[in-house]
Design a binder for this molecule. Structure first.
Ligand code: FAD
Ligand code: PHB
Length: 393
């Protein structure tokens, strides 16, 4: 068995694990990343698309923002659509001039992998962490399975950046972690289409048939979502039906049709919220989706993951440069305050934009909320500030 020794062992090469590794390597803190999947797989996994103002700055400051600044689409507003009418929320005007950047998560991952390889720092793909041991001692260890055999890794600390279904969060004894969970009664059917975006800004739409979202990846590629019932499957959604439903929900009196094109990718994901408290067990620190899930309506998943590792990297830095563990001790509380704010905002957006199929009272409240956001500057300002920069304040 191959023996590996490092200061921080990182599980998972999603946005959280890769940025953490990068921030630590830049400061000379030794770390190794283990990723279950192949490089090809993680670089092409289609997920989030909206990067907050402060998180885009974090990526730039870390030296991995060059392509994002060049190819990312900077947006100063979003549209809210309901009752066949469009209402613009002027994000930048309401949020102190700040903007969002639309740039696919897999592009962030590609940039981080490239930066890591350039630094020559160790990153193992197709290396699955199968067990964690000694987490409450000062020599935690991991077992890692690869096609060439097993590795035993000892470290000072372990960062669990391995998503919801990883091994890290399950290594915490059940009686020492509190799990908060909510499942919403809808899923999102998402597509990537080779069709020029219908608009310059994202459109969040509430229609009596369900939610719809128009987003994009480039001037040629659109990213669209439909709210569907949780039991629905892709088999029930041939291309024609997807486009019909998107057109129906997104139509306004002024713009009755949206442009169509070949569908390149499709998937359905359930909407849910999860928070684990605390995000630490001994020398194991959880970051990103391994500790929390938000419904995607607030576009916060990746932003939260990156904000966690900004805090965690600062805490490791204080520990290694000054022997100071105070930031590690407050890591969980610091992150959880932000996580709950993101849960609140994501719940607010989800509940405002997904009509209930059963509860007409709920629908009345939703419409009142939407009308308030598009008529009250105070309400729009709260939305804009949360949308543009929640993870950095
Ligand atoms: P991940 O990106 O999940 O990375 C974790 C990594 O750990 C993975 O690469 C995984 O292979 C690896 N791993 C797992 N177990 C092990 C193991 N035992 N050993 C080694 N490696 C392991 N957010 C939005 O804002 N908008 C969206 O549209 C959106 N769509 C999403 C669709 C799906 C299907 C999912 C799952 C999430 C989506 N999200 C979305 C959320 C957003 O993508 C996540 O919040 C973000 O990926 C979190 O990054 P992460 O690094 O914490 O976790
Ligand atoms: C996306 O572009 O994939 C996207 C945009 C906004 C969201 C969720 C996903 O709220």
């Amino acid at each position: 068995m191959l023996e590996v020794r490092t200061q921080v062992a990182i599980i998972g090469a999603g946005p959280a694990g890769l940025l953490l590794g990068h921030l630590l390597s830049r400061e000379g803190i030794d770390n190794v990343i283990f990723e279950h999947r192949s490089r090809e797989y993680v670089e092409h996994r289609v997920r989030a698309g909206v990067i907050e103002y402060g998180i885009a700055e974090l990526l730039s400051d870390a030296g991995v923002g060059e392509r994002m600044r060049r190819d990312g689409l900077v947006h100063h507003g979003i549209e809210l659509r309901f009752d066949r009418a469009s209402h613009r929320v002027a994000l930048s005007e309401l949020a102190g001039g700040k903007s969002i950047t639309v740039y696919g998560q897999q592009e962030v991952v590609k940039d981080l992998v490239a930066a890591r390889l350039e630094l020559g720092a160790p990153l193992y793909f197709e290396a699955e962490v199968t067990s964690l041991d000694g987490l409450t001692t000062d020599r935690p260890s991991l077992e890692v399975a690869t096609s060439e055999g097993s590795m035993r890794v000892t470290s000072d600390f372990v960062a669990g950046c391995d998503g919801t279904f990883g091994v890290a969060n399950r290594a915490i004894p059940e009686n020492l972690v509190r799990r908060y969970e909510r499942t919403y009664p809808f899923s999102w059917l998402g597509i990537i289409a080779q069709a020029p975006p219908a608009t310059e800004e994202l459109i969040y739409c509430r229609h009596e048939n369900g939610f719809a979202l128009y987003s994009m990846r480039s001037p040629e590629i659109s990213r669209l979502y439909l709210g569907v019932r949780p039991e629905e499957t892709l088999d029930e959604w041939p291309d024609e039906r997807i486009w019909e439903e998107l057109s129906l929900r997104l139509a306004t009196d002024a713009v009755p049709e949206i442009g169509r094109g070949p569908i390149l990718e499709r998937g359905i994901s359930a909407l849910r919220s999860i928070v684990l408290e605390p995000m630490r067990y001994g020398r194991l620190f959880l970051a990103g989706d391994s500790a929390h899930i938000v419904p995607p309506t607030g576009a916060k998943g990746m932003n939260l993951a990156l904000a966690d590792v900004r805090a965690l990297s600062r805490a490791f830095l204080a520990r290694y440069q000054r022997g100071d563990e105070a930031l590690l001790d407050v890591y969980s509380d610091t992150c959880l305050e932000r996580v709950w704010r993101a849960e609140e905002f994501s719940t607010f957006m989800t509940q405002m934009l997904h009509p209930s199929y059963t509860d007409e009272f709920e629908n009345g409240v939703q419409m009142a909320r939407l009308r308030q956001v598009v008529t009250s500057e105070a309400a729009a300002t709260v939305l804009a500030r949360n949308y543009v920069n929640l993870c950095s304040v």
